[in-house]
Design a protein around this ligand. Structure first.
Ligand code: ARG
Length: 258
């Protein structure tokens, strides 16, 4: 999964500025990022690809939840094309629809500062399953992350097929301590850190969903791919927007855009 900082600078999100070129663990960065698997068509039917090189999820038939840093400011916007209905973007089942409006968190400044979420209103409703936001304030566990982004930190290529991986969450304090050494202050109450050795999201995965199963076994969205220092580096974990913190705001804005 994932894409790289430089390649997708258009998507906003450069890597952490001023960060060291490699983790200070003495070990070279892992090159085989994400360590993900290919998702067959239909496995994550609400996962969508956005044309600026980000991911997203259908939170309503006509609304996509993505990262704030993937889009411009709130307002009319017909510049985004959303590809949905297929994990292989070239599959015949893939449908492309245009955006008509963007609603970005009014508190969004930059991805490392929290509030990294946005909604994209589509020109029409899609007949596809939607992904509900978690009803509980979960922030710990093993979650599934996915995207069409780079599969290695130094790749310049985005993937044609959706990749996914399962990652454990990392305590906020541990994650914050690592990023503090790199000069970035983690916004702990709005972020979930997750990853394990060699497995992470990467550039191009931004905006895509982090999901878990609720008590009835159905997928719910827990996070949004936001940022990280490089990809799958030891000691530096992927940072995800903790959407339970924004549930009321996101749900209200989704209703308004539907
Ligand atoms: N900001 C990146 C993007 O625009 C996502 C980076 C995620 N990085 C990570 N190491 N988990 O695609």
């Amino acid at each position: 999964m994932s894409f790289v900082v430089l390649a997708l600078a258009a998507a906003g999100a450069p890597a952490v500025t001023g960060a060291p070129a490699r983790a200070d663990t003495g070990r070279p960065p892992i090159r085989e990022v994400v360590g993900g698997k290919l998702a067959g068509n239909g496995r994550f039917p609400w996962a969508v690809r956005l044309s600026m090189g980000c991911g997203g999820a259908l939170t309503a038939p006509r609304v996509v939840l993505t990262a704030g840093h993937c889009v411009g400011p709130s307002g009319p916007n017909d510049r985004i094309t959303v590809t949905a209905g297929a994990s292989d973007l070239k599959a015949r089942s893939a449908v492309a629809v245009k955006s008509v409006e963007v609603y970005r968190s009014p508190d969004f400044v930059t991805e490392t500062a929290g509030d990294d979420w946005a909604l994209v209103k589509l020109e029409r409703e899609l007949v596809l399953p939607t992904l509900p936001i978690t009803a509980e304030d979960v922030e710990e566990g093993e979650f599934t992350v996915m995207g069409w982004g780079q599969t290695r930190e130094d790749s310049t290529q985005q993937e044609r097929r959706l990749h996914y991986a399962t990652v454990p969450t990392i305590p906020d304090e541990e994650c914050a301590a690592a990023y503090r050494r790199a000069g970035v202050e983690l916004v702990k109450d709005e972020s979930i850190c997750a990853g394990r050795h060699g497995v992470d999201t990467c550039q191009g995965d931004s905006g895509g969903p982090m999901v878990g199963r609720d008590r009835t076994g159905r997928w719910v969205q827990i996070g949004i791919v936001s940022w990280g220092l490089g990809c799958a580096r030891d000691g530096y974990f992927g940072v995800y927007t903790q959407i339970a913190k924004f549930r009321a705001e996101i749900e209200e804005a989704t209703r308004r855009l539907s």
